[in-house]
Ligand binder design. Structure first.
Ligand code: FAD
Length: 469
């Protein structure tokens, strides 16, 4: 009987253990993608972006003589209906590790009790239970985690199936356009225009170009927001358009050829796995401070305060921060260094609850990932495992001097003080809603806070225990 192959954030055909096993079984395979509670819960940008990935996956499956069946509704209800329609005897999928996906995974077995349900690995380099400390527990230190991961045998990537056996008759499919996954993204067009084509082939080409041209210099170049120094694969990895193992092995091969920067790239890939490892072992990390003492810290929680609003809209008067926030709004992307700087400003200088920033990123980032976003926000705020200590407060001025010394990056994204702003800076004003009442003709604001005063106030607040008693 056929196998229903349920795709979620694993939108690829290569190195896909569930698909590989389904193809090897010789049974008919019915690939299916659901607009279910997991997709409905996505923020505006990731929701739009997953739609682009699904569109491309459908094309890739068609090239294999297969189809992608689309259905909308609650996961178990839709799958149950499809099992009845198709006579399928199994539902297979790739395992995910965030709380919502785990609830889906845990419920499906009992809900579909009469059929075979199987969750396969493939989203990470290693499943979170398989890496253990010497004492048998989970890791809390990134350095120890990396040491353990680094020496692991990753195996070989699985090839894409050469063909997939079609069922005797195909079930009906809904139309992706009717789901309007981009409905909340009035600026979706500019994101598409400024970004790569989604999908597996493009992801692979991106990896190959990065490894051929930039991985050697990666360790130094990755820190500059205005440079193309990093791989920009996070979006592809978030939707599983390429496997982490494929990236890891490509970097390892580069390292063996003498490309020193590849070691740093392995370290960053390991941060992705570490984030998922942490979230798997501490699911509360998605919504609560991982360090219990931080749960009673008196963060400012006003989501619409003038400071928060200026932060979101790129109107803080702090150039590097504003450039980064605007770039994210227009393109769905923000450089890692900028993410650390803007998150530090929000949680430290502005003493604002990290969850307010986390939510904004969740809505704006096309590479949004439940584990990486939560772990990194908590890392900056100081409330996470192995986090940045409370007294580490990024100075936006010093960071700009070091990483945007000529101000080119700020000029690329901020129009107000320029006589002839570049198209990137102008595109921001086309993208933002009218209700923000912003125009390129506005005067660029003075800093919304005195950085030195705010820094001292933050340090005093962090030291003013007993908020942690
Ligand atoms: P590269 O430098 O080329 O790194 C290669 C890959 O390693 C990335 O594609 C990514 O998958 C992984 N990686 C790199 N740095 C990290 C990191 N610090 N944590 C986890 N994985 C990492 N990354 C996301 O994928 N989704 C998010 O929602 C996300 N939210 C973040 C929020 C904050 C506050 C911060 C500080 C960082 C966040 N990151 C997130 C991590 C990081 O900024 C991005 O992964 C990186 O900027 C992606 O660019 P790249 O693909 O060119 O990375």
């Amino acid at each position: 009987s056929p196998i229903l192959l349920w795709f979620r954030r694993d939108l690829r055909l290569s190195d896909h253990p569930a698909l590989h096993a389904a193809a090897a079984s010789g049974r008919p395979v019915i690939p299916v993608f659901l607009c279910d509670e997991g997709v409905e819960a996505l923020g505006a940008a990731p929701r739009m972006r997953i739609g682009l990935g699904v569109e491309q996956l459908a094309r890739d499956l068609k090239d294999k003589g297969s189809r992608l069946i689309l259905r909308r509704g609650a996961t178990h209800g839709v799958l149950r209906a499809m099992l009845a329609e198709t006579g399928a005897g199994a539902v297979w999928w790739t395992r995910l590790h965030d709380p919502l996906s785990r609830r889906q995974d845990e419920c499906l077995g009992p809900q579909l009790e009469s059929v075979e349900t199987r969750a396969f690995p493939g989203h990470l380099l290693h499943e979170p239970e398989t890496l253990r400390t010497g004492a048998g527990g989970s890791f809390r230190s990134y350095a120890a985690f990396f040491r353990a991961l680094r020496t692991r045998d990753m195996g070989e990537p699985l090839p894409p199936p050469s063909r997939l056996t079609a069922p005797a008759s195909w079930p009906a499919t809904e139309r992706l356009e009717d789901w309007r996954l981009d409905a909340a993204m009035n600026r979706g067009g500019s994101i598409v225009a400024s970004w790569q084509q989604p999908g597996e082939t493009q992801a692979r080409a991106r990896l190959d170009r990065f490894v051929a041209e930039r991985i050697g210099a990666y360790a130094g170049a990755r820190d500059y927001p205005g440079r193309d120094g990093s791989s920009r694969l996070s979006e592809n990895l978030a939707y599983g358009e390429i496997s982490a193992r494929t990236c890891w092995l490509a970097a390892l091969a580069a390292l063996h050829r003498g490309e020193a920067g590849a070691e740093q790239f392995l370290k960053e890939l390991a941060w992705r796995d570490f984030s998922h490892h942490l979230l798997f072992h501490s699911p509360e990390l998605a919504t609560d401070a991982w360090r219990p003492e931080w749960r009673s810290f008196p963060w400012t929680r006003d989501t619409e305060s003038p400071l928060v609003s200026a932060w979101r809209r790129g109107r803080t008067g702090i150039r590097l921060v504003d450039a980064a926030m605007r770039e994210m709004y227009v393109t769905g992307r923000m450089h890692n260094r900028s993410r650390m700087i803007v998150a530090s400003l929000l949680t430290k200088h502005m003493l604002t609850d990290w969850r307010i920033g986390l939510k904004w990123f969740e809505d704006c980032l096309t590479d949004w990932d439940p584990a990486s976003n939560a772990v990194n926000w908590q890392w900056v705020a100081g409330s996470g495992p192995d986090a940045s200590p409370f007294f580490r407060i990024f100075s936006p001025k010093a960071q700009a001097k070091a990483y945007d010394p000529d101000g080119d990056y700020a000029r690329a994204w901020i129009a107000e003080w320029q006589a002839a702003p570049p198209s990137t800076a102008l595109s921001y004003f086309e993208a933002i809603p009218r209700s923000w009442h912003m125009s390129q003709k506005d005067t660029y604001p003075a800093p919304v806070l005195d950085l030195a005063v705010a820094r001292r106030a933050a340090l005093a607040a962090f030291r003013a225990r007993p908020w942690d008693q």
